[in-house]
Design a binder for this molecule. Structure first.
Ligand code: GUN
Length: 291
């Protein structure tokens, strides 16, 4: 088994991004500028946004963090997004999901101008992705493609099972792996909460992408010998072994699956780091398009 090491790959990609930012600024142009909007006090969301802002600093990007209490009116949030849409000094806008129930995620996503939608969640950008037109690819699936590419994993002809059908990960991932590209050209099956013969389907997979949000959901008996395992899960489970009282666990039972597969992403240190890298690549692209 070989680890698909998010630390190593993201460090490599971040070096490339840093160089490109230096080229931009030495040519007298603006560095990429990302706006991150956080609503409420979800600890996982706070951690993700903090990490995104920190990465901006490391890469020479500008960043602006806007935080709102959980009871902020939807209109206030939408107006803020519109203000950033008009601001020529802002390249990318992301609103961390999930949002409190009284705010429509659809409305929020549709309010972000597609040219600044570095999450790639706007219907226009998802439509372009479906048509293989140039656009922002959602960060987690994009990060997974970058990871596979880095390790030279050729997916053409493989049977791929994506577990989970979220708009953010499962659905775009399945599309990207099925399209005529490398990585891609897979025969993709999407499994979800209503799938009946999950074990049978997963056991036939050359690649499993687990994005279901259930700790250790993928067990060794669901994995074919030599399969490639991509674990998107970042589940906080209680632990007596850490100071914080919790630890992060993936959607894959890593300890038991690791000896059966050819490649596997660890949690933490796998897909999560690639997601941030991909977001940074999208923000750089937005900057180049918007100069
Ligand atoms: N919540 C979980 N993943 C993401 C992501 O990639 N972007 C945003 N904005 N929110 C998320």
């Amino acid at each position: 088994m070989e680890l698909l090491d998010g630390k190593l790959v993201s460090a490599h990609i971040k070096e490339e991004i840093k160089k490109q930012v230096q080229e931009i600024t030495s040519a007298g142009k603006r560095a990429p500028h990302l706006v991150a909007i956080l609503v409420g006090e979800n600890p996982a969301s706070q951690a993700y946004v903090a990490s995104k802002v920190k990465n901006c600093g490391e890469l020479g990007f500008e960043s602006t963090l806007v935080t709102y209490d959980a009871d902020v009116a939807e209109e206030v949030l939408l107006n803020k997004i519109k203000e950033f849409n008009e601001n020529k000094l802002v390249d990318g806008i992301l609103v961390q999901l999930p949002l409190p129930k009284h705010i429509s995620e659809d409305k929020v996503i549709e309010t972000i101008h597609p040219s600044k939608d570095v999450d790639g969640f706007h219907p226009v950008n998802l439509g372009k992705m479906m048509l293989s037109l140039p656009t922002f690819i959602p960060a987690t699936p994009y990060g997974i493609l970058l990871m596979l590419q880095h390790y030279g994993i050729k997916t053409t002809g493989m049977n791929c099972v994506v577990i989970g059908r979220s708009n953010i990960v499962g659905t775009p991932m399945s599309l990207l792996l099925s399209r005529n590209a490398e990585p891609g050209n897979c025969t993709v099956t999407i499994c979800h909460s209503k799938t009946k013969n999950m074990k049978e389907i997963c056991s036939a997979a050359d690649i499993i992408v687990a994005a279901i949000g259930k700790p250790k959901f993928v067990t060794a008996d669901m994995v074919k010998q030599g399969a490639i395992i991509v674990d998107v899960g970042i589940n906080r489970v209680e632990s007596t072994e850490t100071k914080s009282g919790f630890r992060l666990v993936g959607d894959v039972d890593f300890e038991n699956v690791k000896d059966k597969c050819s490649f596997i992403t660890p949690v933490p240190g796998g897909v999560g780091l690639m997601t941030i890298c991909a977001l940074m690549k999208n923000t750089l692209l937005a900057n180049l398009n918007n100069q």
